[in-house]
Design a protein around this ligand. Structure first.
Ligand SMILES: N=CN[C@@H](CCC(=O)O)C(=O)O
Ligand SMILES: [Zn+2]
Length: 477
């Protein structure tokens, strides 16, 4: 039905603005407080942007004669900004369930990586997959993220490593950006790993001399849109010098710096990011005190990834110290074949339990600060006039992580998913058999034999795929 406005959300018991005065991010005190309106209403215009927010009686008087395409009675409900997932690897083929078993038996992430598995395994499968196959699974993953409340998601390439496959992944991301009703911030992550057969220096040269010029050309012709450049700055992957060269070259082509740093070893990534003007650095489990101070000063966001520390049994990032020292703390799901979590509510939950953040802090980190990490906090991350009308309505009068309705009011159309979100954990047995994931396809026989020997003590009863998928379901609200 035609109307002057797209949507009226009327009489919400609580409208959690997160912030309401044009803040680009929140620091510790602001995160602890959060701006909330009680008994409030909200109007979204035909362009998908928020036109009015305020006390219900004021909005009703002001819009008394107006027509709306939809009205939702939010009596007794709580409205939040759509959640922002600041770090995902959602385009890939090839299941890595066998590696979960290896990790449970004691193999580390890097041992598996160095033996030719991990990212290498996914690269092998992603290179072989068609664009259509990648798009189909990516679309499904984005739908599950949206059902869990995410309305803006950062999406990385990085399982191609060669130009051809990196571009295939970026085209898939571009296609979803246009076809799907979810916001996307696209990241070129061609330096996610050193491809087999190349040294780190050769890979760095290839990225700077071949990948980035081609990206620039495709950006200029409008074929793809890439927002960020990423590097996995890690011992045995890209060292600090190569990282610096790649990030600087990416920045010179107009990309925002947003990279993986100080995850498994202290690398001084935080110091480098602050120096280069990075918008954000992810992981930071091993960040130094100097790195924290430098990030606070440079207003470089820390994207913390609680699923990774949990899955890999890493030490937790020092969220409290970062908050105390004035760092902009954001959250991401790190969805990838190794950390299979679609759900930002679950990420917020882990941030509270394992990283000792408060619920308000976790919500700010998953909204305005995650939007800042993507350079999008002028349009996303809080409920404010002029911002995108991306909203989550929950069936509770207080902020909680149990989604009830997810609503995204984009210019392309409105989607309402009523009752489509589970109210808690779903632990069910998956009947999927093991798929094509035989590790020895790319691991050396010696490495495989040593890891398998360590895997034998595992209880066999549940079967590896059951373990994996049970975990997947537990992590998906
Ligand atoms: N640490 C590097 N990259 C990913 C993992 C990717 C993978 O294992 O496939 C991360 O952020 O956790
Ligand atoms: Zn990552």
């Amino acid at each position: 039905m035609a109307g002057e406005y797209r949507l009226l959300l009327a009489n919400a018991r609580q409208l959690v603005l997160v912030c309401g005065h044009g803040e680009q991010y929140l620091l510790r005190e602001g995160m602890a407080r959060l701006d909330v309106l009680h008994d409030a209403s909200l109007v979204v215009g035909l362009d998908g942007c928020i036109k009015a927010v305020g006390p219900a009686d004021v909005i009703h008087r002001r819009f008394a004669g107006a027509t709306f395409e939809s009205k939702i009675d939010c009596t007794g409900k709580c409205v939040l900004p759509g959640l922002v997932d600041a770090h995902t690897h959602p385009v890939w083929a090839g299941d890595r369930v066998h590696e979960f078993a290896m990790k449970l038996a004691g193999a580390s992430y890097m041992e598996i990586h160095q033996a030719g598995g991990g990212i290498h395994f996914t690269v092998e499968h992603t290179r072989k997959a068609t664009e259509e196959e990648l798009f189909t699974t990516f679309k499904h993953r984005l739908e599950r993220m949206r059902r869990a409340g995410s309305t803006l998601v950062e999406c990385k390439s990085g399982y191609g490593l060669n130009l051809e496959t990196e571009l295939k992944m970026l085209r898939v991301i571009e296609r979803a950006r246009q076809a799907m009703d979810i916001g996307i911030s696209s990241t070129y992550c061609g330096a996610h790993s050193v491809p087999k057969g190349k040294t780190a220096t050769e890979a760095t040269d290839d990225i700077i001399n071949n990948h980035l010029p081609k990206l620039k050309e495709l950006q200029q012709s409008g074929e793809i849109h890439v927002d960020n450049i990423d590097v996995f700055c890690e011992k045995g992957v890209f060292d600090l010098d190569s990282t610096r060269r790649i990030l600087q070259a990416g920045k010179d082509t107009g990309l925002q710096i947003n990279f993986h740093g100080d995850e498994l070893h202290p690398m001084k990534s935080a110091e480098l990011g602050a120096e280069l003007g990075a918008q954000a650095i992810s992981h930071l489990e091993e960040v130094s005190d100097e790195g924290i101070a430098a990030m606070a000063k440079a207003r470089c966001a820390a994207v913390l990834l609680p699923t990774t520390a949990y899955m890999l049994r890493l030490k937790q990032p020092q969220a409290r110290k970062m908050l105390d020292e004035g760092v902009i703390v954001a959250l991401g799901s790190d969805f990838n074949p190794n950390a299979y979590c679609f759900s930002m509510p679950m990420v917020m939950h882990l941030a509270c339990v394992n990283m000792k953040m408060s619920m308000n802090e976790a919500l700010a980190a998953a909204t305005i600060n995650a939007a800042y990490a993507l350079g999008k906090s002028d349009t996303h991350g809080s409920i404010e006039i002029g911002k995108q009308g991306d909203l989550v309505i929950i069936n509770s009068s207080r902020p909680s992580s149990h989604g009830h309705v997810v609503l995204r009011s984009s210019a392309g159309g409105q989607r309402i998913h009523r009752g489509g979100v589970a109210q808690g954990f779903v632990l069910r047995n998956c009947k999927n058999p093991m798929r094509e994931c035989r590790a020895e396809q790319i691991m050396t026989p010696e490495a495989m034999a040593s890891l398998e020997k360590r895997a034998h003590p595992l209880p066999q009863a549940a079967g590896e795929s059951d373990l994996h998928f049970s975990l997947e379901n537990a992590l998906m609200l």
